[in-house]
Design a protein around this ligand. Structure first.
Ligand code: MN
Length: 257
């Protein structure tokens, strides 16, 4: 029997706490994490699903992520600390996101990464399911896409019958290998994961990944597309990446009033 309640339990699980909390995370950073949840919701990078985390500023082996909740509704009280295995430290019985392994395994594989966004944005999904059409940077705002976003194929790890969710450490590790040293990986039949060296940059890249996908779809309908060269991608990102705070300040004021 697999009734409605069983299905709900599979998506929203209370998990026993493990270990002791690290010293409290910087208050401003915690506030930024709450803001990031709201910005990503406003920009439709996340809806009821999807999530954003930060690495703990005082313990690199820990990360912070909301309890199982729609990002648009997250407050500071909803943020839970996790170890890199995805075990909560202070959830106190509150259900946590099933796909928290995405975050822990990327932080483990990539010491440079300070924040991770996981999204099901519909704009990117076509590029995750048509291998002949990779998501590639076509304007100067998304040079961080480099030579194009890799696509994670979960069948290579989970076989042909999975529910496509990153529901354990093995799948998280496989996804972390797919992102390599880049900042965006698409996930076949699922969405995308974005990881960068600060929360603000990660939010910026998540929003502009979605915009690039929208523009690329439009441009492809007009005719053959001229994409940025590898050098243009690198150089434009050197210019634009330094401006990410300008976007953050605007989006924050829109999201928090
Ligand atoms: Mn997902």
């Amino acid at each position: 029997m697999c009734g409605k309640n069983d299905a709900a339990a599979k998506m929203s699980v209370p998990v026993a706490d493990k270990g002791e909390p690290a010293p409290p995370v910087d208050k401003a950073l915690l506030a930024d994490l709450v803001t990031a949840n709201h910005i990503l919701y406003r920009h439709r990078v996340v809806d009821a699903f999807g999530h954003v985390s930060i690495r703990h500023d005082k313990d690199p082996e820990r990360f912070l992520l909301a309890r199982n909740l729609a990002p648009g509704q997250v407050t500071a009280d909803d943020i839970v600390e996790f170890d890199l295995d995805g075990a909560p430290v202070n959830a106190a019985g509150r259900p946590v996101y099933l796909e928290r392994f995405i975050h822990g395994e990327i932080y483990r594989a990539r010491p440079d990464v300070m924040a991770v966004v996981h999204s099901h944005a519909p704009e990117v999904v076509p590029f995750a399911v048509v291998p002949t059409q990779p998501l590639r940077p076509l304007w100067h705002m998304s040079g961080f896409l480099g030579e194009g976003a890799p696509v994670f194929e979960i069948r290579e790890t989970a076989g042909e019958d999975s529910d496509l969710l990153i529901r354990n450490n093995e799948l998280g590790k496989a996804l972390a290998r797919s992102i390599g040293d880049g900042s965006v990986v698409l996930m076949r039949g699922h969405g995308a994961t974005i990881a960068a060296s600060s929360l603000r940059l990660t939010v910026f890249q998540a929003v502009y990944t979605q915009m690039n996908a929208e523009l690329q779809m439009k441009a492809m309908g007009l005719g053959p597309v001229i994409y940025l060269t590898e050098g243009e991608a690198r150089t434009t990102w050197e210019s634009v990446g330094g401006q990410a705070d300008r976007a953050w300040n605007l989006w924050k004021s829109e999201a928090e009033g």
